[in-house]
Design a protein around this ligand. Sequence first.
Ligand code: 15L
Length: 262
Amino acid sequence: MRVLVSGAAGSLGRVITVGLAELGHDVVGLDLVPAPEGTPFTWHEADCADPDAVAAVFAEERLDAVVHLAGVPDEVSLPDELTSHVVTTAALLDAMVAHRVPRIVYASSNHAVGRTPRADGGLTEHALPRADTYYGVAKVAAEALLRLFVDRHGIDAVSCRIGSFLEEPTSLRALSTWLSHGDGVRMVEAALTTPAPGYAVLYGISANTRAWWDLEPGRRLGYEPRDDAEQFADRIEPRPDDEAEAEFVGGPFVLAQHYRPA
Ligand code: 15L
């Protein structure tokens, strides 16, 4: 598959591009910044929030799928969140429809449902939107946009509600929410290749012993995680926020330090 990866220079993008290339995909990177030195695949330096810039990339490339990883990973103002997650997704979707690119895999987040109390039990793909931040609100809106395009245009879209994508877990919460680098690649590969998903949601975590979220929606799409954060458990130092971070799905994003004016 020839796959356009937005946010190719980001923390997810740096790992996913290499992993997809190793699996035999023809990767095309897209990012605001130039290609890191030695990048072995095609690269476009463009802002995905600019529909003309995105259209120009699609006019130049023959693509089979898009993996949309670009976006601010933290809490910023509401307009900036909407630009970063919703306007970019819309620009890519419009270009996909115009160029008949049939599939998009989206880096959504657990923060789309982050305000769900953990006491409510294991989260399934049917959890209602319940954002914990403007970041989460923007992820909810981007997911809604993907679904609209699936319904209107018959494309396939998989929203991956990612947990904590890290080399290794660094907090008690992350023992439950960790997504290893290897499983991140396996997750995107499954979402790219599962037959005819229509619109689907999965939780992007590893096979963690202490997992908070349901792995079944991912397994139904062919995502079989192999790693388990438990192997790092004895390295995790207790922190004062551990208890508060375990109350809601979104952990630290629920805490008052993330409240800000829109
Ligand atoms: C995310 O979606 C964020 O981008 C990242 O910064 C982490 O907060 C992660 O979720 C998480 O929940 O650990």
